[in-house]
Design a protein around this ligand. Structure first.
Ligand SMILES: [Zn+2]
Length: 111
């Protein structure tokens, strides 16, 4: 099988994976349309197609999350990233925020 024929058969499928929330938070780039925000230091106005790391805190991004809940927008973002050879892992923002909130609540109970 050639690379071309496998390539044409690849599709986006959402995968459930256990992640360390604190790590995700540190290496996350939030994207709203074309502009992004560093999840670590909250620097605004990053370009997810150009900024592989944060110009302020120097975090090299591993994850990306978008404000959009529209799967078509997410797919557009993913295909743009693919074209530019950007291999960030797209995570579901709602899942992530829910998990972060749960983490925070657990921490409260610990104290
Ligand atoms: Zn930063």
């Amino acid at each position: 099988m050639s690379l071309e024929s496998t390539g044409s058969k690849t599709k986006y499928v959402r995968v459930w994976k256990k992640l360390q929330i604190s790590e995700v938070k540190q290496f996350l780039l939030y994207v709203d349309d074309l502009y992004g925000t560093c999840g670590n230091c909250k620097k605004l106005g990053l370009n997810y197609l150009k900024d592989k790391s944060c110009p302020d805190c120097k975090t090299t991004f591993k994850y990306i999350a978008t404000n959009s809940k529209n799967p078509a927008d997410v797919a557009k973002l993913l295909s743009r990233m693919e074209k530019e050879n950007i291999s960030l892992t797209m995570i579901d923002r709602e899942d992530f925020e829910r998990s972060s909130a749960k983490d925070a609540a657990l921490d409260l109970f610990k104290n």
